[in-house]
Ligand binder design. Sequence first.
Ligand SMILES: NC(=O)c1ccc[n+]([C@@H]2O[C@H](COP(=O)([O-])OP(=O)(O)OC[C@H]3O[C@@H](n4cnc5c(N)ncnc54)[C@H](OP(=O)(O)O)[C@@H]3O)[C@@H](O)[C@H]2O)c1
Length: 288
Amino acid sequence: MKILIVGHKGQLGRILMATPTPHERVGIDLPEQDITHAAEAIPAILALAPDAVINPAAFTNVDAAEANPDLAYRVNAHGAGTIARACHSLGIPLIQISSNEVFDGTRAGQPYDEWDQAHALSTYARSKLAGENAARFYHDQVLIVRIAWLFAPGDANFPGKICAVADKQGALKVVDDEFGNPTYAPDLAPALFALLDRQAPPGIYHLTNAGACSRYEFACEVLRQSGRGHIPVTPIPHTAWPRPSQPPLRALLANRAAAALGIQLRPWQEAVAEWAAWEKGNGQIHGG
Ligand SMILES: NC(=O)c1ccc[n+]([C@@H]2O[C@H](COP(=O)([O-])OP(=O)(O)OC[C@H]3O[C@@H](n4cnc5c(N)ncnc54)[C@H](OP(=O)(O)O)[C@@H]3O)[C@@H](O)[C@H]2O)c1
């Protein structure tokens, strides 16, 4: 199978290109290909003639989206629709990557199932939810895969930023009342390929590493496993860390649909161990 990765230079895109699989991968991304320009993007995708498409491309700066709603919608909503139109012309499946932030996170006690009603709080989240709808409006072979708190080898993510601040300042304050499911890209990528291999039916899938934690717990685990367990971390409420956007406080995802196909990711602490091994400079990145 030839799989097109849209946004192949991003955090998840790079891992999708590098993960061992028998499938051929091709990629498009900025600046060569802009998915907000449908008149150019659609012919480019048709010319590549993929057998399936995975689209992690997005305007992902959640806080910056508040000041740039037009661009967030053009990329995350209309861009997703454009990719779906190309997939419809080719008659091929599309995996559209979405976010836990489509939920408002106000439900206490239990995580959100795939069939639960979405209610997005921020501009970014509304644009991602619009992207889910746009993709399914144009095409019937769409798998929406919602993920959360994505991280990968590299430092442009939460674990990387936590380590950088710890090294620079020698102490940290981290929000302890925002909860999520860390999602390790080297674990996610094989699961996405498995959905395609098993011809999973169109619909919504929640795929994160198993387990959930607060930002504070995530940070403490990263510091402990990366050899920085001695660095003091002070838990703070989200109100003490003002942001332009409003994050959902408990947008936890339950994996029911993919689990029914036998597709589950390992516990997030094991993924942190692999990330920490990479961070120490001697890591082997396999995914699991
Ligand atoms: N990161 C998280 O914690 C998280 C959580 C939940 C869901 N997600 C979703 O997971 C997916 C992957 O996230 P990520 O962290 O890998 O994102 P990322 O690193 O920001 O990668 C996104 C890629 O898309 C590209 N892109 C942006 N606008 C484009 C356009 N108009 N045309 C073509 N390509 C464009 C970006 O290029 P530039 O870098 O040049 O802009 C970048 O290469 C996204 O859909 C995101 O919404 C992420």
